[in-house]
Design a binder for this molecule. Structure first.
Ligand code: RIB
Ligand code: CA
Length: 313
């Protein structure tokens, strides 16, 4: 499957990138950076260096938007992902040059070149996708589908009580992406907060080769943040879970396709993903053909699948 990855590496973005490269069915054609956990330039350097680490410097990286649609980038999440975005881990510098075009323009070109084939996986704020839709209104009809790590349907947010980070960083972009005429699946905190790596997973990565060890070193920073939430060395698997929903390796056991609106106000709900779930108590989950597919749960724990893929890098 032909994939475009839009990301803000980001420690869990790094896990998702490793997962995609380890999956035999994935043809990762292009990586785009966006501001979120860190600024878009740093995210692009991190993506390039991770691709070098994983032995795939041939995969192009396009630099995306630094600022969001209606407000400037404001410093990211160093308290979660470290000052350099990947837990302070210094990777060997990748040698590849960045793509000539912006992430949005390179996405448009790829979608035009491979109409109907491209699967878009967005695991950062949705700024690049919104810019691409604005520049090429036909984009929605050119891609196969869009899978997004983002949002919180019934679960609380993580950057505010109401909003998840990727959506909160650029609610206007998320609103545009959800409103476009393409097949959108979101993998929200409702699902991702319950799929976790534990100490044993970190130990297994640290005992493996240089690629897995580098990811293990990054996870030390991520575990330090999540200790306050889970009470033990552990981390949520936000972005890699979205990647596994895209590949189908994470089998979805609970989902609903419903209208989702994004709060773009400047009030306490800014960035909230408001899902029309009032029909959820019926025997059959609500289904609105034009809605956004929300993943609530998967059939099996994801951590063992992810660990196996990362150890095979
Ligand atoms: O809320 C979690 C999401 O925000 C993940 O994609 C993480 O990498 C950050 O981008
Ligand atoms: Ca991310």
């Amino acid at each position: 499957m032909l994939v475009y990855l839009d990301c803000d590496p980001g420690i869990d973005d790094a896990l998702a990138l490793g997962y995609l490269l380890a999956h035999p069915a994935v043809d990762l054609a292009l990586v785009g950076s966006v501001s979120g956990n860190t600024d878009a330039d740093t995210a692009a350097r991190n993506a390039r260096d991770l691709l070098e680490l994983f032995g795939r410097p041939d995969i192009p990286v396009a630099v995306g938007r630094t600022d969001f649609l209606t407000h400037p980038y404001a410093g990211g999440a160093p308290h979660v992902h470290g000052d350099n975005g990947i837990g302070g881990v210094e990777l060997p510098r990748g040698s590849a040059a960045f793509a000539a075009g912006s992430a949005a323009d390179e996405l448009i070109a790829l979608a035009r070149a491979r109409p109907g084939e491209l699967h878009v996986l967005a695991i950062g704020p949705l700024t690049n996708l919104a810019v691409a839709l604005e520049r090429e209104p036909a984009l929605a009809g050119l891609v196969a589908d869009v899978v997004i790590m983002g949002g919180a349907a019934l679960a609380p947010g993580n950057v505010t009580a109401a909003a998840e980070a990727n959506i909160h960083n650029d609610p206007e972009a998320a609103a545009a992406v959800f409103a476009a005429d393409w097949d959108v699946t979101i993998v929200p905190l409702d699902a991702t907060m319950f799929q976790r790596f534990e100490q044993a997973d970190l130990d297994a990565l640290q005992a493996e080769g240089p690629r897995a060890r580098a990811l293990g070193r990054m996870l030390h920073t991520y575990y330090a943040f999540y200790r306050q939430h889970f009470g033990r060395p552990s981390s949520a698997l936000h972005d890699p879970l979205a990647a596994a929903v895209l590949t189908g390796e994470a089998v979805v056991s609970s989902a609903a396709r419903v209208p989702v609106v994004v709060d773009t106000s400047d009030g306490p709900g800014r960035g909230q993903t408001i899902a029309e779930l009032r029909g959820r108590y019926r025997p059959v989950a609500p289904h609105h053909p034009d809605g956004v597919r929300i993943v609530f749960d998967i059939a099996e724990p994801f951590a063992p699948q992810l660990l196996a893929r990362l150890l095979s890098l």
